[in-house]
Design a protein. Structure first.
Length: 243
């Protein structure tokens, strides 16, 4: 794994395929615009039904990253199904963020009740790790990586829209990268292939949410994000898509 790559954007997920489903179109768009984009998966997603081995799942993740055009993807050695917001997990992710020094971190937002509880734990880990990134006098945990404050943290919200997630919404136009997003999702053949229980449900949700959020933003397809800070502009005409 490269040690000296500075990234513009890092998306963090609990498992391979979470990021593709939640914000794959935005990552593909950012990569196409020339930004250096990375993905950090907290776990390898294994064990999981339908996947014969962690190696197969990791190869699918590499293929999906290539489709999106991201600069790199790293998988941390945390445990699927046993992911918890604890000190060691925070340190693992904060170390990766200090290494890559992103300007923007994207996290999953909210709970996925009846689905994996890892998603909510991942959100908590990201929030703590972003805080840890700026702390000084902690060299014993992060040497050789110095403090590096993360300027912006945003969330892609889950279906539940957990009340703990900030409600300063904005939509990214992914009309040009929607098909790329779908191709990246389908790179996970162990998870999403015709005949599998999740295939129609996930793809239908992805299309419906992309169309709905796109309509809200005035686009054909869009991805919704939430921020702690209210989005602002110094050019009202460009902000309103009038220039």
């Amino acid at each position: 794994m490269p040690e000296d790559v500075k990234l513009d954007v890092v998306a963090v997920s609990a498992h391979p395929d979470d990021t593709e489903i939640g914000c794959g179109g935005t990552l593909a768009k950012a990569a196409a615009q020339g930004y250096k984009v990375g993905i950090v998966d907290l776990t390898d997603g294994e064990p999981t039904p339908g996947s014969p081995s962690p190696e197969v799942r990791l190869e699918e993740a590499r293929k999906a990253a290539g489709i999106l055009g991201v600069t790199l993807r790293e998988t941390l050695p945390l445990s699927n199904r046993r992911l918890f917001d604890d000190f060691e997990s925070r340190l693992q992710l904060a170390g990766a963020l200090r290494k890559y020094r992103p300007k923007l971190v994207i996290a999953i937002g909210g709970k996925t009740v009846t689905l994996s509880p890892d998603h909510y734990q991942a959100m908590l880990i990201v929030e703590a790790a972003v805080f840890y990134c700026k702390l000084t006098k902690w060299e014993r945990h992060f040497d050789p990586y110095p403090p590096c404050p993360v300027p912006k943290l945003v969330y892609w919200p889950t279906i539940s829209r957990d009340p703990g997630i900030p409600r300063n919404d904005f939509v990214v136009d992914i009309t040009d990268t929607y098909e790329t997003k779908v191709k990246a999702i389908l790179a996970y053949q162990t998870q999403f292939s015709p005949g599998k229980p999740n295939y129609d449900r996930v793809l239908n949700w992805v299309e419906a949410s992309a169309r709905y959020n796109g309509t809200r933003g005035g686009f054909k397809y869009g991805e919704l994000f939430c921020a702690h800070e209210m989005p602002g502009t110094d050019d009202v005409m460009r902000f309103m898509k009038l220039a």
